[in-house]
Design a protein around this ligand. Structure first.
Ligand code: SAM
Ligand code: SF4
Length: 328
């Protein structure tokens, strides 16, 4: 059985963007109230007394937009300084990163993934649902600052949507030729904006690879991560290309993660709500931490049965939450 030691922690369900594929403009989302969020103290108690004792060692802060979370730098510092933390990373849209990158780095954050779906300001603003002043420049400055400050590896996440940004795949891939960045193409999933998914569908990773292969050449990288991405490289390029193909491939057997939502629900599978447990309510009701550990251990045991394969075998997964609510 795969060792599950990686927890993705959503710090907040709100966001300053409205990406078409995630939380599109006009979608009616019930945002959590501040008192419904796990506090920093509760989160640290869960990490130290529940997750670390059952074997979690790698943590990623996400959301919603994690940089909107009040006290995020203090939280980074606290998690980074836990002796058991082997890896601490963040996924962000980078809009607030130019002003925060240095203090996040100083607090102990070393790895960052940034969502960037287009290099073209107009397309970018269209994807993120922006109708006012363009947000592309500030986002790009956030990425440059993260690079200067020393975040390494710097990964860029691209969700490819036919007819929206698929024509930019080559330009985005070319970023890795001169820069030691990792550009990762993610297949669009039917979670968040079912209507757009129904209209545009998704592009299989192999189609993107063929396109890149035909133009630049492409080879498998000898550095494969332990995550869901298949890693490739343009010959002689400084950076790498990752492909996350959760629609065209099933990588449930290598899944090493669980997700904790901002309101304290622990979820064993991104695409399936079965088995999830409400840790915040238990904690606030004074349930013994030994019992909470036992509950998480039990969930770890049954995780392989509740993963994505369940959908393939005909058991419908449930999608009542968007990526921004689950913690993508
Ligand atoms: N706001 C931060 C950001 O965008 O990087 C972190 C949270 S976001 C939910 C995390 C990741 O989920 C992003 O890389 C985003 O592109 C991805 N995502 C959101 N909705 C998706 C969908 N329907 N299909 C595939 N990826 C999605
Ligand atoms: Fe916000 Fe990230 Fe979702 Fe875009 S993908 S709307 S930046 S949470």
């Amino acid at each position: 059985m795969n060792q599950v030691d990686y927890l993705r922690i959503s710090l907040i369900d709100r966001c300053n963007f409205r990406c078409q594929y995630c939380m599109p403009e006009g979608a009616e989302l019930d945002y959590l109230l501040r008192q419904e969020l796990l506090t920093n103290e509760e989160l640290l108690t869960l990490l130290q007394e529940v997750f670390i004792p059952v074997g979690f060692r790698k943590f990623r802060l996400t959301g919603g937009e994690p940089l909107l979370r009040p006290g995020v730098v203090d939280l980074v510092r606290a998690i980074a300084s836990l002796p058991e933390t082997q890896d601490l990373a963040m996924t962000t849209n980078a809009y607030l990163l130019a002003s925060m990158a240095q203090e996040l780095y100083d607090a102990g954050l070393r790895r960052i993934n940034i969502s960037l779906d287009s290099l073209n300001p107009e397309t970018f603003d269209k994807v993120i649902g922006n109708r006012g002043r363009s947000r592309w420049q500030q986002t790009w400055e956030g990425i440059q600052t993260a690079h200067r400050v020393g975040f390494d590896p710097l990964k860029l996440n691209v969700v490819v949507i036919p007819g929206v940004n698929d024509q930019e795949v080559l330009d985005l891939a070319a970023l890795t030729i001169e820069r030691c960045w990792h550009v990762r193409f993610i297949e669009f999933m039917p979670i968040g904006n079912a209507q757009l998914f129904g209209e545009s569908a998704w592009v299989p990773s192999e189609e993107l690879r063929q396109n890149i292969r035909d133009t630049f050449g492409l080879m498998e990288s000898n550095v494969q991560g332990n995550g869901p991405a298949d890693v490739f490289q343009i010959p002689e390029a400084k950076g790498t290309l990752g492909f996350i193909s959760q629609m065209s491939e099933c990588f449930c057997d290598r899944c090493n993660r669980m997700r904790l939502s901002a309101d304290g629900w622990l979820r064993p599978c991104l695409l399936n709500e079965s088995g999830q447990i409400d840790l915040k309510t238990s904690l606030r009701n004074g349930v013994d931490l030994i019992q909470l550990r036992a509950n998480v251990r039990q969930l770890l045991m049954i995780k392989p049965e509740i993963n994505f394969k369940e959908r393939e075998s005909g058991t419908p997964g449930t999608y009542t939450r968007t990526m921004s609510q689950i913690g993508g």
